[in-house]
Ligand binder design. Structure first.
Ligand code: NAD
Ligand code: UDP
Length: 325
């Protein structure tokens, strides 16, 4: 079976390439490296069923691709941290395009090929939620003009395109809303809380807390997420459905900072910075639908997953490009 993974050189996309290859698919990773990294898929270079195609999914796809049975659309910047050049705040129009024009283009391809297509949406579509935990029915509390809006609204419209295609043409379109996910192959420079805390803890620097650190997130290890993504794609009769995928283990950012320090076997000061505008105060998925319909739930405790991330970061930060003198 030929499977397209748009964004296949990214953090989550590269793990999805591993999983779909292991399931026996022939995998075509399409990536323009806007935020992804070649090293994420370097281990697959010699795999006989893996193909890496450098292309932008907002442009016409290269002509020499096969007819696909599965299309995963994970291509999009994902970090909100404006200090990172790879954040959606520094790539606003690229983010808008890939989640709308890119989605439309991949939907047309899915329709032509008779493929199932899955779009990676996000918990950000709930904005700063007023309902807790967030169920798939909740419609969100989102600004159209705030600093996070380019990502949130692009994902919301991407979802709308998916469902419109399903209604109009019967395209087998499936939606997932990913809640904060972490793990090996995260980019240490992309500015997300877990990677900042891990890099700071390993370098012996104070950990940067934005606001008072009482805001919450619920963190899912990437291996759990990948099982959920594949379950949504491979489940029968799920066209037009949307699933929250995340770990309901909700933590404050202060708790997360301490968990990272424990995983690094260190204690360091916390340094407080201003809270970014429109930063959600609470976030936690209701995963009841995924549990009922897919039999899916996360199994990796935060402390275990952080151990894996820290081990990977230790190796990466020791390499010359990241090592400090
Ligand atoms: P990532 O930045 O590591 O991966 C995204 C990949 O998409 C990168 O390899 C990037 O180069 C590629 N890409 C971007 N624009 C492209 C384009 N126009 N054409 C081709 N490739 C393009 O981010 P990630 O954390 O792996 O996120 C993957 C997906 O999951 C994204 O759609 C993101 O919005 C979604 N998501 C992630 C999280 C999370 O916690 N990591 C949470 C919610 C949603
Ligand atoms: N955050 C923090 N310190 C950092 C980076 C992020 O306290 O060095 C906070 C951020 O303000 C947010 C939370 O941690 O409240 C999660 O941020 P992240 O960028 O990981 O993802 P988000 O869920 O906001 O997209």
């Amino acid at each position: 079976m030929d499977t397209l993974v748009a964004g296949g050189a990214g953090f989550i996309g590269s793990h999805l390439c591993d999983a779909t290859l292991a399931a026996g698919h022939t995998v075509w990773a399409i990536d323009n490296f806007a935020t992804g990294r070649r090293e994420n898929v370097a281990h697959l270079a010699a795999h006989p069923h893996f193909h890496l195609v450098e292309a932008d999914v907002t442009e016409p796809l290269p002509p020499d691709l096969p007819s696909f049975a599965r299309i995963y659309h994970l291509a999009s910047p994902a970090s909100p941290n404006a200090t990172s050049p790879r954040s959606y705040m520094q790539l606003p129009l690229e983010t808008a395009a890939v989640n709308t024009l890119g989605t439309q283009q991949l939907l047309e391809r899915a329709r032509r090929d008779g493929a199932r297509i899955l779009f990676a949406s996000t918990s950000e579509i709930y904005g700063d939620p007023l309902v807790h935990p967030q169920t798939e029915e909740y419609r969100g509390n989102v600004s159209t003009i705030g600093p996070r809006a380019i990502y949130d609204e692009a994902k919301r419209f991407g979802e709308t395109l998916m469902i419109a295609h399903w209604r109009r043409f019967g395209t087998d379109a499936r939606l997932i809303r990913i809640f904060n996910t972490y793990g090996e192959r995260m980019d240490p420079d992309d500015g997300r809380a877990v990677v900042n805390f891990a890099a700071q803890a390993l370098r012996g620097e104070p950990l940067t807390i934005y606001g008072d650190g009482s805001q919450t997130r619920s963190l899912c290890h990437v291996s759990d997420l990948i099982r959920g993504i594949v379950a949504v794609m491979e489940g029968e009769g799920l066209a037009g459905e949307v699933f929250n995928l995340g770990n309901p283990d909700e933590r404050t950012m202060i708790d997360l900072a301490h968990a990272v320090m424990t995983a690094c076997d260190t204690e360091l000061p916390l340094v407080f910075h201003p809270m970014p505008t429109d930063d959600p105060t609470r976030r936690c998925p209701d995963i009841g639908k995924a549990q009922r319909l897919l039999g899916w739930q996360p199994t990796i405790p935060l402390e275990v997953g952080l151990g894996r991330l820290i081990a990977a970061f230790r190796q990466e930060l020791d390499r010359p490009a990241h090592a400090t003198s």
